[in-house]
Design a protein. Structure first.
Length: 263
């Protein structure tokens, strides 16, 4: 197995660097990734989900167009999980501002963690995140009758007054690591750790794996000339890559202003 072990902040060596590549030319905007994410991670919901200012969705799908009229209009859908920004050697925007260390950068996996029991709801991380990937729990979760029996036992429901976000289904990494340890292996296979949204996508638009591993599909896809990252000019160094053969989609990804030319 060929891997790149890169040294991060404070001399830490990143053994894994998990991330995903989302092919926007394949995405149909069906929302299966959103449903799978909510089910897998016990994401709370309300009877009226129309008010998006107070709703919670770790994975959200946005719609973009090329701004032209029919018949020249073109539509693209952007699934947006947490970007798990690396920033400057692990100093991602949210991690840098959290006074309670309720969010942290895991140098073993490259995943930005979220610890609800440490969070006291100041929401500094929400203000710092340029991707609006964090959500504040305004209410304690209330599940419909008997639905609590369908909750995932691997993820604790969060209380009101805390911030939550996508974790790349980190509990699945822990499960895969334990399985490898029991079997006497030191490495986790690519298919052993996959996020819920990756497995649920009917168009196979989401690819997940170790960005440091040459043999993983994400490593190969991120090298594509059509790959880009959202708001890359901010220097957040996100671990979620997007792909599209359409030039206007790639320009939208970096949010260029009207008349501004890419450098």
């Amino acid at each position: 197995m060929k891997e790149e072990h890169k040294e991060g902040a404070h001399g830490h060596v990143e053994k894994y660097k998990y991330g995903m590549v989302i092919d926007l030319d394949k995405c149909t905007g069906c929302g299966a990734c959103m449903v799978a994410c909510m089910t897998e991670n016990n994401v709370p919901f309300r009877k009226d989900e129309s008010d998006k200012l107070v709703s919670t969705a770790w994975m959200r799908v946005f719609k973009a167009t090329n701004g032209k009229s029919y018949p020249d209009i073109d539509v693209c859908y952007f699934p947006r999980p947490c970007m798990h920004c690396e920033g400057d050697h692990g100093h991602s925007p949210c991690v840098s501002v959290c006074p309670a260390v309720a969010t942290d950068y895991d140098f073993e996996t490259g995943i930005v963690s979220q610890i609800p029991t440490r969070c006291f709801g100041c929401r500094y991380c929400m203000a710092a995140c340029p991707y609006h990937a964090r959500y504040f729990n305004w209410w304690d979760p209330v599940w419909p009758d008997k639905m609590e029996k369908a909750l995932s036992p691997d993820v604790s429901p969060r209380m009101r007054g805390v911030v939550e976000k996508c974790t790349f289904c980190f509990h699945r990494f822990q499960r895969a690591r334990d399985k490898a340890y029991v079997e006497g292996r030191r490495e986790i296979r690519e298919d052993e750790y996959q996020t819920a949204c990756t497995q649920a996508c009917p168009a196979d638009a989401i690819t997940f794996g170790d960005l440091n591993n040459h043999e993983h599909e994400v490593y190969k896809l991120k090298k594509s000339p059509y790959a880009f990252r959202l708001l890359e000019r901010l220097g957040t160094n996100p671990k979620v890559y997007y792909m599209s053969t359409r030039s206007w989609v790639r320009r939208e990804g970096d949010n260029y202003l009207k008349g501004e030319k890419s450098k």
